[in-house]
Ligand binder design. Structure first.
Ligand code: ADP
Ligand code: MG
Length: 724
């Protein structure tokens, strides 16, 4: 295909596509969680004692005894077979953001050569994938790359239906034979345990007698783009890098804001319905969907669940979004910045912690006592973000999220905490000593319950903050749309655990001095705010003034690229934090650094190679072909005695030459491989390579606005964003 043929074919295929029939959605109570082997299903399928044991495991995370595992495996198998399933697969979450599967058949042949189905407890709790192709950083040396998977009984098994048949999926942990975590699930479970342990200390000092297990909750709002698959197929950059590496801004972009909450196009609506139907069958409580700010951009937010389940469901949702989009002739783009100059996609991770006895500890509650617990937990978060801001930045670091952070529609790369005017004032008053306990012994009503009603009003929230209190939870908004929520959740749970430990120690010594719990709590929080109040910021996070003030006056770190942020995973204080809380051993943490750094470098190298290839094989031919046509026309006209204006031809010739010169520079730059350290290599990618890629892009985008439309090979922004 030459010229714009691929674009025209794409457009004609979109225009003439057969409509997918609208199915009447089945009622929720008929389909809800029908494909999930959850506690309800297990109660039906298991004998009483096995069910009791499993329930205990599910609710407390206690290990599953091998004998029980056998009974559960047998029940799980019959349930799956009764639903037409022939295969099972351990599902796990390696250090990349992907979800991995290891498929096996239930069917084996017995000694007589007959097919029987087999699935034992040991297969359920120990599968053996060949880990060699999953990145495992420095852990490679310690375990010869092999690892095993084991069912995480707190996350129910489920059935995944595809065109190739149905598979029983078993959410699993993935670890090395020597016990190191090779995945994103184990650290999440460990961070929850650390938080639980520290929270208990604080709650018992606060006089709580009955304390149920604490767990963190997560509700993630997922933004994404849908574009027609025909356009994606015509763009190597979308296919291989998930974002456009070239593309001039369309005359009409998002400046009219007419897409936000606008009518959802019919095709997209049919996609959403199909997608939600699948989610409901899997017991995933998807809640809202609406158009986002950019044309072609949408959002889905499931109702919050316990963090471990929410993380599994989030991964599953991303997988299903992509496969369902394909079925409907779309490509689902989860990249944080698929189109330059157009709003990017984030994933707001809403997070809270609580239990069955004290409730949500980030909810101010209705009694003075609840208020005090709330202030301690909220203060703990403030301290955590202040002390470990670079960690919070590192867990959202990726080559793709770097394009979004600080890009004037997304939070800056400076981690601060937004509390809202009312709560900010409460903490300020505590710091200034303006709130003091008046009576000894009793607990004073700080009136927080009334005050905080305001914060629940979404209209009142500061949208420019990367980390905001929203009435009964914190919302981490700097997370990227393609990222696993586990990293951010691990970081939040761990910094909370660390701060609660600190609080417990201080509180204990304050309580030795006074009868009044209020006095003791206020004294602890006063110190906490004196040391960490700098991180609280309610102003405009996008402003240049904040960027200056944050760094110069508040001592916060501005870490614009992943190359700036990831090395903090090697920082002594962060290594100690994870070691102390038993979330990552130093070697496990080091392996994360290596894997993320490697991925960062790799994705930029892939993009750089694509830039070179597309410029040479697609853009250069289009530009020179047009130049050929122009020069023939000009000389023909000149033969007739008519002189043509040749400024466009000169401009195209200049841009083309400049583009080729920039391509040559970039080609040379990517051959450099001798670096003193992995940090130096990352910095080289973040600065030198990126600068050269931008240079090529500037010339290509200029050419797009000058070369004849019928010769331009790549689908244009206006086409991809507006044609549905
Ligand atoms: P927004 O106004 O930011 O769009 P929504 O009301 O749509 O927020 O809620 C965003 C997400 O926050 C949802 O997934 C919701 O379930 C979740 N959420 C609500 N309360 C909590 C909580 N206490 N802990 C964690 N997540 C929560
Ligand atoms: Mg939100």
């Amino acid at each position: 295909m030459s010229g714009n043929e691929s674009r025209l074919t794409a457009i004609s295929q979109i225009t003439n596509r057969e409509k997918i029939a609208v199915k009447t959605p089945e009622s929720l109570d008929k389909i809800w969680a029908t494909d999930v082997f959850n506690l309800e299903t297990m109660e039906q399928a298991l004998n009483k004692s096995a069910f009791k044991a499993v329930k205990q495991t599910v609710q407390t995370g206690a290990p599953l005894a091998p004998a029980v595992a056998d009974v559960v495996a047998a029940a799980m198998k019959s349930w799956a077979l009764s639903k037409g399933v022939k295969f099972f697969s351990h599902l796990f979450y390696p250090m990349t953001n992907i979800t991995a599967e290891k498929h096996d058949g239930f069917i084996v042949t017995n000694s007589e050569g007959n097919a029987i189905t087999e699935f034992s407890g040991s297969l359920l709790i120990k599968g053996e994938p060949d880990g060699s192709s999953f990145p495992n950083g420095s852990l490679r040396m310690t375990n010869a790359a092999r690892g095993y998977t084991a069912w995480d009984p707190t996350s129910p098994a489920f059935i995944m239906h595809t065109e190739n048949g149905s598979t029983l999926m078993i959410p699993s942990v993935f670890m090395s034979w020597t016990g190191e975590a090779l995945d994103k699930k184990i650290p999440l479970l460990r961070s929850n345990a650390a938080m639980d342990k520290a929270a208990r200390k604080v709650l018992s000092l606060m006089g709580e007698e009955e304390i149920a297990p604490l767990s963190s909750s997560c509700g993630a709002e997922q933004e994404y783009f849908l574009i027609d698959i025909n356009f994606a197929n015509a763009r190597p950059d979308l296919l291989l890098a998930g974002r456009t590496l070239f593309g001039a801004s369309p005359a009409k972009g998002q400046q009219f804001d007419d897409h936000y909450f606008g009518a959802i196009p019919e095709r997209v609506q049919i996609f959403m319905q199909d997608f939600e139907d699948q989610l409901y069958r899997l017991g995933i409580p998807a809640k809202t969907h609406h158009n986002e700010v950019a044309p072609g951009q949408f959002e889905i937010a499931p109702y919050y669940e316990s963090a471990n389940i929410a993380a599994d469901h989030q991964q599953l949702m991303m997988t299903l979004m992509k496969s369902t989009a394909k079925k409907h002739g779309f490509m689902c783009l989860l990249h944080e910045k698929p189109f330059a100059g157009v709003n990017g996609s984030g994933k707001h991770v809403n997070w809270s912690v609580g239990n069955a006895t004290q409730g949500n500890l980030l909810d101010p509650g209705s009694t003075p006592h609840d208020n005090l617990n709330f202030l301690l937990f909220c203060g703990a978060v403030i301290r955590g973000v202040n002390k470990y801001g670079p960690l919070m930045r590192a867990v959202i670091a990726s080559a793709s999220n770097d394009h979004r952070l600080g890009a004037n529609e997304a939070p800056p790369a400076i981690l601060s905490v937004y509390l809202g005017d009312q709560l900010e004032k409460v903490f300020q008053d505590i710091k200034d000593g303006n709130i003091a306990s008046s009576k000894q012994g009793g607990e004073m009503d700080l009136g927080l319950s009334q005050i905080l009603k305001f914060e629940r009003d979404p209209g009142d929230r500061n949208r420019t903050s990367p980390f905001a209190f929203t009435g009964n939870r914190f919302e981490f908004r700097a997370v990227g749309s393609s990222q696993s929520v586990s990293g951010p959740l691990v970081a939040m749970n761990t910094i909370l655990a660390d701060s609660l430990d600190w609080i417990a120690e201080k509180l204990e010594s304050e309580l030795a001095k006074t009868e009044s719990r209020t006095t003791a709590v206020l004294a602890v929080l006063k110190t906490l705010m004196e040391e960490n109040g700098n991180v609280v910021f309610g102003g405009d996070g996008y402003s240049a003034e904040w960027h200056r003030m944050a760094v110069e006056e508040r001592g916060l770190k501005n870490l614009p690229t992943s190359a700036d942020a990831l090395p903090y995973l090697r920082d002594e204080s962060i290594r100690e934090l994870f070691k102390r809380t038993n979330v990552f051993s130093p070697v496990e943490l080091e392996s994360r650094f290596e894997v993320y750094a490697e991925q960062y470098i790799l994705s930029i190298e892939v993009e750089a190679k694509l830039v070179i290839e597309m410029a040479k094989t697609m853009i250069y031919p289009a530009a020179t072909q047009y130049l050929g046509e122009l020069s023939m026309t000009c000389s023909g006209m000149s033969d007739l005695g008519i002189e043509m204006d040749n400024s466009i031809a000169s401009s195209i010739a200049n841009e083309t030459n400049a583009m080729i010169a920039a391509v040559a520079e970039l080609s040379k730059a990517i051959t450099k491989h001798d670096f003193d350290s992995i940090e130096a290599h990352m910095n080289y990618c973040a600065n030198d390579i990126h600068t050269l890629m931008d240079k090529v892009r500037a010339h290509v985008d200029a050419l797009e606005t000058e070369v004849a439309d019928d010769l331009w090979p790549l689908p244009k922004y206006r086409e991809m964003l507006f044609i549905k």
